[in-house]
Design a protein around this ligand. Structure first.
Ligand code: G3P
Length: 151
């Protein structure tokens, strides 16, 4: 599954690109409006960054379930994504499923588990993916103990 950043902020793209797990970028009118900038300028800057983009006609042939918004209304987004993936795969449709409205890392895990093609998410979610506090604690402890070891 590919990991996309859902944003219209060039700064956010630059920051997340540094993590090294970014496959592409999506956006929507709400995010563009939040930036308060001309769409053309934003798109030009994003393209200049060299982040992979997908032609509009390809996106139009795909579907993008907004799972966070489904959950907000007590709909089971997992069942929904599983159903559409089952139908498309069963009938061998080439449709890709771009899971969006991702709110936390468990949404990403669920999308991957179900077999979604892409999960697109805000910066705050993507930054949590490669991080685990127990890893940080473990490394800090090993480094501390390494200094105690006789040379
Ligand atoms: O870009 C579409 C979707 O990801 C929006 O997410 O959090 O506004 O429901 P959200």
């Amino acid at each position: 599954m590919k990991l996309f950043l859902d944003t219209a902020s060039v700064q956010e793209i630059r920051t997340v690109w540094e993590i090294g797990i970014l496959d592409g970028v999506t956006t929507n009118p709400t995010r563009v409006a939040k930036e308060g900038r001309e769409l053309e300028d934003v798109l030009r800057e994003i393209c200049a960054l060299g982040v992979p983009s997908v032609p509009a006609e390809v996106v139009a042939a795909d579907v993008s379930p907004f799972i966070g918004r489904l959950d907000d209304h007590s709909e089971n987004s997992t069942d929904f994504v599983r159903d559409i993936l089952t139908i498309y795969r069963h009938h061998e449709y080439p449709t890709e499923v771009w899971v969006a409205s991702v709110r936390h890392p468990m949404h990403v895990l669920e999308a991957a588990r179900l077999g979604a093609d892409i999960a697109t998410m805000p910066q705050a979610v993507m930054e949590k993916l490669p991080v685990h506090p127990l890893t940080d604690i473990g490394i800090a402890r090993f480094l501390k103990d390494w200094k105690k070891a006789p040379e």
